[in-house]
Design a protein around this ligand. Structure first.
Ligand code: GAL
Length: 672
């Protein structure tokens, strides 16, 4: 048992309940000499931090030899941090199994798509399907939760760390193969059911039993897409059950303390709603500099936003994880300066750490924790900034956090993010579908969805992210950029909700078995809008087609559909090939886009769609972005020139003012 604790934590849940922003930091006591801990804890509190996350990579420090535990250092670290006034978030250490465990049970290691074992020496070296690893993960989780479950300084738990980081959801191990067969047997009941769904009459792929089925890697040509999508569904379910096992242990021995997991920027390797269902708060890790480098923008746009990041990617993710957390969302890791892991690692502009913190709060985040407290002078992340330099001097991020802490005090309590009028559908299964069958090189559903989100955000409109399970009441407009596999139930609820709907290409193009719907695409969507897609084509970047929309011709590339319809045609393809074909169609409540509008075209389309749905919007904000949390209004300037904030003459500014410098934030209220 942990030693008796003397002082209670002086923080309580009141601050969070009050809708106030709380700040925190990721800390690794095991990486620093004991003499530094007290001073570190004191300085964290002095900076205005309330939370500290520890432990998520500490397994070999807790259990250096099989069955030999050394808890004393962690007891002490929690005591030091807690007594200083910090609330501890304790991470289960399963993202980094120790060497002795790997040596003992090599079958816990994951196997990549080439069939090569991924070895020890970094982290996330485990396969979700390893039965042995599940036993071991439960064992270490239980040992940790039994020890700290009622520790007064431990206020929340984080399971594991970043499921999906370093492409670790998909493992091709023997253990995964066996588990996949069981999963298929449970899904289909009979092998003939599976044969039918997979279309195995094609290319002589017929199976006589589930025991014959292998994983879909290292084949001569591509597998049937149903094989792939089932493998993605299976892998997603493995993450859910792996996570749930830890959550159950935590709930048993540490009741009443919220459980979170730290998700990643637009990761769609597993169904996040499913994992979100089992936790109390969704958190995610915010690294906009790497996000820009790896992201959707052109090289020219990346150069323009190099030190501020994609103006919409981070906001979109806040909205995604607010949906995953059913309203409760935290930032577990906020980049405090340059990082080490992207293709290039630029320094953010001074002021961005503050801007990102306020952006998070504006989008409904209640706690922002920075990664990390002090830059490490050793090991893999030496180039990764912290709030402090390796010698403990303050770095730029620290100064900006201090500014946020000071500004926080000026804001009223009790402001909560409300429901938006516009919702964008993110459906993970549909993402599995386009991943399995992209049909064109570079087809990236995530980038398309972000383009759509961005086109709405540029018009000053708040957006909620929803899944097909979500409550649709109150929305005036639902946009679905890539709903490949719609449920009939969702379509019926959408119809009944009275919301207007805008669907992107490929919507309704596959059944759950990954077949073409019996009466052609758009399958169940035809209940909302009457058309058929009789042909699709993917187009290379070096070719564009012209689309005439409201008398203006726009170039599109990437994707074009051939649509047969009696509905109103709102835009047509011009040019030699199939001149006059429908590009956008619509009726009173539903519109469908059979191509991929971008840039100005997409902006016009969204502006018109918002007007059609009766949603108030502004003209293109350029590099300014707005958001609303309760009565608080926020503006963020991502541009390199001053911008004017669209506040009324009687607005009361709490932070900043009407003229907003680059990288600056304004917060105001309108007179009610
Ligand atoms: C995250 C991870 C952290 C740290 C960070 C560096 O993906 O959760 O442990 O490695 O990246 O930016």
């Amino acid at each position: 048992m942990h030693k008796p604790l003397t002082r209670q934590n002086r923080f309580d849940a009141a601050r969070e309940d009050a809708g106030m922003l709380e700040l925190g930091v990721c800390y690794y006591p095991e990486q620093w000499p004991r003499e530094k801990w007290d001073e570190d804890a004191r300085r964290m509190v002095e900076l205005g931090l309330a939370w500290v996350r520890i432990g998520e990579f500490a397994w070999s420090h807790i259990e250096p030899q099989p069955g030999t535990f050394q808890w004393e250092w962690m007891d002490e670290a929690i005591e030091v941090l807690g007594c200083a006034g910090l609330k501890v978030i304790l991470g289960t250490p399963t993202a980094a199994p120790p060497k002795w465990l790997v040596d003992r049970y090599p079958d816990i290691l994951p196997v990549d798509a080439r069939g090569v074992v991924r070895k020890f020496g970094a982290r996330r070296h485990y396969c979700f399907s390893s039965r042995r690893y599940r036993v071991e993960a439960a064992r270490i989780t239980e040992a940790m939760v039994r020890r700290y479950g009622d520790n007064p300084f431990v206020h929340a738990w984080q399971t594991d760390n970043e499921y999906g980081d370093h492409d670790t959801i998909h493992s091709y191990s023997d253990e995964a193969k066996l588990a996949f067969r069981e999963w298929l047997a449970a899904r289909y009941g009979t092998i003939e059911g599976m044969n039918h769904a997979w279309g195995t009459q094609f290319w002589s792929m017929h199976y006589n039993s589930f025991d014959e089925v292998d994983l879909p890697n290292n084949l001569v040509e591509e597998p049937t897409p149903t094989h792939l999508v089932d493998y993605y569904r299976f892998s997603s379910d493995q993450v859910k059950s792996f996570n749930k096992a830890q959550v159950d242990i935590i709930r048993r021995h540490s009741p009443g303390r919220p459980v979170t997991h730290n998700f990643m920027n637009q990761n769609t390797d597993f169904d996040h709603y499913e994992v979100g269902e089992d936790i109390d708060i969704a958190s995610w890790d915010v690294y906009p500099m790497g996000g820009l480098i790896n992201g959707r923008l052109s090289a020219e746009e990346k150069a323009r936003y190099l030190r501020v990041g994609d103006p919409d990617q981070t906001a979109f993710n806040h909205d995604i994880y607010r949906a995953v957390g059913r309203g409760r969302v935290w930032v577990m890791e906020q980049q405090p300066g340059p990082v080490n892991w992207a293709a290039h690692n630029q320094s953010p502009a001074d002021g961005m750490v503050r801007l990102w913190t306020w952006l998070a709060y504006a989008h409904g985040v209640d706690m922002v924790s920075y990664f990390r407290w002090r830059q490490a002078p050793f090991a893999q992340e030496q180039f990764h900034a912290g709030l402090l330099l390796p010698n403990s001097e303050v770095d730029q991020g620290y100064l900006e956090v201090a500014q946020v802490a000071e500004e926080m005090a000026r804001l009223p309590q009790g402001e909560r993010r409300g429901k938006a009028e516009v919702a964008i559908v993110l459906d993970y299964e549909s993402r599995f579908a386009t991943r399995a069958l992209p049909q064109g090189q570079g087809y990236a559903a995530s980038a398309i969805a972000l383009d759509w989100y961005s086109a709405i955000a540029r018009l000053g409109v708040d957006v909620d992210v929803i899944g097909q399970h979500s409550d649709l009441s109150g929305y005036k407009l639902v946009v679905a950029p890539d709903l490949v596999i719609p449920d009939a139930d969702f379509i019926a609820r959408l119809k009944a909700s009275g919301a207007k709907a805008l669907f992107g290409p490929r919507s309704g193009s596959k059944t759950r078995d990954m077949h073409i719907p019996a009466d052609l695409p758009p399958g169940p969507l035809a209940d909302l809008i009457d058309f058929r897609v009789t042909r699709v084509e993917s187009l290379p970047e070096y070719h564009s087609e012209a689309v005439l929309y409201g008398n203006i011709s726009h170039a599109v590339t990437g994707w074009r559909e051939l649509i047969r319809t009696n509905e109103t045609v709102l835009a047509t393809f011009e040019g030699e090939h199939r001149q006059g074909g429908a590009a956008i169609i619509g009726n009173d409540h539903t519109r469908y886009v059979g191509t991929l509008p971008r840039g100005e075209f997409l902006g016009r389309l969204m502006g018109d769609t918002l007007r059609w749905a009766g949603v108030e919007s502004l003209s293109d904000l350029g590099d300014l972005r707005l958001a609303r949390r309760g009565n608080l209004r926020f503006a963020f300037n991502y541009g390199n020139a001053p911008a004017s904030v669209p506040a009324s003459a009687t607005a009361e500014f709490l932070v900043g003012g009407r003229d907003l410098a680059p990288v600056d934030v304004a917060i105001w209220t309108e007179t009610r």
